[in-house]
Design a protein. Structure first.
Length: 121
């Protein structure tokens, strides 16, 4: 799960940066405000890669997804992009857990076969 979720978060890092560049063209927004918000969101996306195995990491990822969708009020293209990444986030969690469960079953099966082979010799 961590690999899929981390891939999604790194993709978001770049999308947030590009959205910051688009937001800079809005004369009503100051550069400091744009890069303050984008910088925090980009930093959060990278830090979450390391926090996925810890308590609350997945939930913080959902907060980031909500923030991406909400950023569509400033950069309208972020509505569909945010929804796409929220879908990717869900898929990363859902299918990542299934992959982790399958890996655990295969590891348990391999260990049982190794023990059976060791006892037979």
């Amino acid at each position: 799960m961590r690999v899929l979720c981390s891939s999604t978060l790194i993709g978001e890092f770049f999308v947030i940066g590009f959205a910051g560049l688009v937001a800079m063209k809005d004369d009503s927004l100051s550069g400091g405000a744009v890069w303050g918000v984008c910088g925090v969101a980009m930093l959060l996306s990278v830090l979450l890669c390391g926090a996925l195995g810890r308590r609350g990491g997945i939930e913080l990822g959902w907060v980031l997804q909500a923030g991406l969708v909400a950023s569509g009020f400033v950069v309208p293209m972020m509505f569909p992009l945010g929804l796409c990444f929220a879908g990717l986030w869900w898929a990363s969690i859902h299918f990542g857990r299934k992959i982790d469960e399958a890996k655990a079953r295969w590891a348990a099966l391999a260990e049982a076969e190794a023990e059976a082979g060791g006892n037979a010799a």
